[in-house]
Every structure is written in C-alpha cells, then in structure tokens.
Design a protein around this ligand. Structure first.
Ligand code: NDP
Length: 392
C-alpha cells in the first residue's frame, strides 16, 4: 500500500532530503501534503515537481499568491494557509498517514502534536517541539497509538540499535556523538568575533541556518540530550556526549553485558529519513555505502564545556525539569535569530540563555498552556535583554 506522506517544512533542508527519498519510491510513497512557512515560490516549484493533493503556507499573507501560483502551473493541488489549516491536515486521515515534522523551532509544536494525537506515523526532525513539551508529546503518542520515529541522525542511530519495540531493557547508557561543529578545538576567547557566515559553515552536514548555529555552539547536542531523554526514557545520568569529528558513527548504545552497538554511515539525512519512510523494510535512500578504508580513522574526544557552555546549560535544564527546557529553547531561538541578523555576538548566545534561565526559574510543567506561556515569557525576556543591552 502506498504511504501518503505530509512534509511540513518541505522547502527546508530536511524537507528537500525527504522529498528526494519519496521520489525514489513512487510505488511505495507519495507526497500528499507539502507545507512551508513563507516561501510561496519555492513551495509552488515543489508542487509542480511532486503534485501533492494539498499545499499549505503557514503565513496567511501568502494564500493568494499560493493559489495563483498553483493555478498558473495548471495544478489541482488545493491551496491552504495558516497554522489552523496545517493542524487540520496533520490530523486528517484522508490527507496523510505519515507526517515528516521538519518545521524549524517551536513553531512546529502544534502541527506535530496534531499528527501525534490523530495516531499518525510521525517522522520527527523538529527537535525543538520535543524539548519544549516532550513529556506531554510522548504521553499523547502512547494514548493515541502514534508511532514516533526519530529523524535526528543520532536518535535515528539509537532507534536502529534498540530492539524493534524500542524498549531500553538492558541498556546501560546511550552515547550521542557530536561533530564538534565548525569551531571545534577553538578556545572560548578566540570565538569572540566569529561571524554568522563562519558559524553556519558546518564541516560535515549541510543543514538550515538555525541548526547550523546550534551545532557551532553545541546547543544542538544539548537539545539532543533532552530529546533522547524523552524518546528513550533515559535519565541525564545515563546520557553521554562524545565528540567525533568524522561524523560517521552517529551514536552508540551500551548494554549491561558489555556490548556496544553503533550505527555508522555517511553524514546524509536521507538515510534516517529512509529508515522512517520505509520501515519495517529497508529502502534505498540514494546515500552511498561507507568505505572505512577510504576514511581511515575514527576519532573521539570529550566536549569542551568552557568554550561551548550551551551543552552544560541544556544538561542543567534537563535535570531541573519542569519549564526549564522550554525556557532554554525559547531563549536559544531568540539568541540564534539575533546572532544571524548581526544583532548579537556569538558568545552572547550562551549568555542570553543563562540570563533567561536565571530570570525564569523552573516550575512544574503541568499543561501545554503552562509551557506555551513560559515559551512566550522567555522570548519576551530574552528580547528585552538584547534591546536594553543587558546581554551583549
Ligand atoms: P530549514 O531552515 O532548512 O527549513 C525550515 C523549514 O521550516 C522551511 O520549510 C520553512 O519554510 C519552514 N518554516 C519555518 N518557519 C515556519 C513556521 N512558522 N510555520 C511553518 N513552517 C515554517 O531547517 P532544517 O530543515 O535544517 O531543520 C528543520 C528541523 O529539523 C529543525 O527542527 C532542525 O533542528 C531539525 N533537524 C535538521 C537537520 C538537518 O540536517 N537539516 C538534522 C536534524 C534535525 P520557509 O522556507 O517558507 O521559510
């Protein structure tokens, strides 16, 4: 049976990798819904190529242009706009059975939750939603019988190393690998004047700008610690991080009998997406096999927490629990956006996150409303700290 796949964040880096895998398997997979944030032109171009039933632009102002673009291209694809349309299509059983959640940032939370609550198969790239509301999301998945397949390469690697039911019986610890980003080996002092262009130039992965900056600060690995905690029900004390500059070992699972299983492959997100899109079968992804002789060596080192304090801030937020991860995520999104716009320096990213966490101590995260209010308040405080120069 053909899987109807909705791709939220279709115009982004993960969206484009997902569409590449889908297009390789016309008998098995079809892109039935494509959604983007604001870029109508890129969305229409994808619709011309993939002919989905529905196209959604989250920004309502893009509705008329999307409708006109689809009509001018002679397509039957229905044009929708706004977040409510996104959530409705995520939940609609006729529109899709599988959702690739690849919107960047907390903006992906509602559509991901809508897909989970309607029991869909959710291929989760949008790690920020899990950091913000992981406990509630995983509980909703259990209640609705939704399948959540991690797409982040590290979590997808762990998913592949665990038994098919995803249980962590017999697991002693999980080790997330990190490339170390473009500034690996640099001292904290030498990072004072790095530019956005330098920060997004990742040595191994080609990704969108936000996650590229997160990789440069190591906040990405911090968000991934919190993500792993929710996906695999592991406490912080059994989650480790190891820097592995070649980015060939995507993560490791150590069992109580002394075995360590790892998943290896070239750094290309199509592998993880093919695992999620094809499961339980293995399907071709377009990624070449790994020639270890050509690569020669695999190196590992401890992360430098002085140069990259975001990793420790994230671990502290995970251990504090409650609303702390939501504050961490919101402050980081504000900080990364300001850095990319040239309004803040690189080292101000951890400073702003720390400042916001101190201003909003953790309280229990009882409901989505509490988490949404915390997210909004953290964004407000972080924005204010930039405006007033309290953090620079
Ligand atoms: P990109 O910046 O490349 O793409 C982001 C996508 O989200 C675009 O399609 C964009 O649309 C859409 N979008 C942005 N804001 C909104 C909004 N408010 N509502 C609806 N859609 C929106 O990001 P990536 O593909 O790199 O990352 C996507 C997610 O996947 C992130 O959470 C990231 O952490 C995660 N991830 C990414 C990896 C990668 O290799 N890239 C690896 C592992 C995880 P538009 O083009 O119109 O702005």
């Amino acid at each position: 049976m053909t899987r109807n796949v909705a791709i939220f964040g279709a115009t982004g880096s993960i969206g484009s990798s997902a569409l590449d895998v889908v297009a390789r398997h016309p008998q098995r997979l079809r892109a039935s819904v494509l959604a983007a944030g604001r870029n109508v032109e890129a969305l229409v171009a994808l619709c011309v190529r993939h002919r989905p039933d529905h196209a959604v632009i989250a920004d309502e102002a893009g509705h008329a242009a999307l409708r006109a673009g689809l009509r001018a291209s002679g397509l039957d694809t229905k044009a929708h706009a706004g977040v409510a349309a996104l959530d409705a299509l995520a939940a609609d059983p006729d529109a899709c059975d599988t959702v690739v959640a690849a919107i960047v940032g907390a903006a992906g939370l509602d559509s991901t939750l809508a897909a989970i609550r309607s029991g869909k198969r959710v291929l989760l790239a949008n790690k920020e939603s899990l950091v913000l509301a992981g406990t509630l999301m995983m509980q909703a998945a259990r209640e609705a019988g939704a399948t959540v397949v991690p797409i982040d390469s590290e979590h997808n690697a762990i998913h592949q190393c665990l038994p098919p039911d995803g249980g962590c019986r017999g697991v002693r610890r999980i080790v997330l690998t990190a490339s170390g980003g473009p500034f690996r080996g640099r001292t904290r002092e030498s990072l004072a004047d790095v530019t956005p262009a330098q920060a997004v130039a990742h040595p191994k992965w080609s990704m969108g700008p936000k996650i590229s900056v997160d990789s440069a600060t190591l906040m990405n690995k911090g968000l991934e610690l919190i993500e792993a905690h929710h996906l695999f029900a592991m406490p912080s004390s059994r989650l480790d991080v190891l820097v592995h500059p070649q980015s060939l070992v995507h993560s490791l699972v150590e069992f109580i009998d002394g075995s360590t299983l790892a998943q290896l492959g070239l750094p290309d997100m199509r592998t993880a997406l093919a695992v999620g899109l094809g499961s339980p079968e293995r399907i071709a992804s377009g990624v070449a096999g790994l020639d270890l002789l050509q690569h020669g060596r695999l190196d590992f080192e401890a992360p430098d927490l002085r140069a990259f304090p975001c990793l420790q801030l994230a671990r502290d937020a995970l251990e504090a629990g409650g609303t702390a991860p939501a504050v961490l995520n919101a402050a980081n999104e504000v900080a990364v956006s300001a850095f990319l716009q040239g309004r803040m320096r690189f080292l101000a990213i951890p400073a702003l996150v720390e400042h916001t966490l101190a201003a909003l101590p953790a309280v229990p995260a009882e409901s989505l409303d509490v988490l949404r209010a915390t997210d909004a308040r953290a964004r407000e405080l972080a924005g204010l700290a930039i405006e007033t120069g309290a953090v620079r």
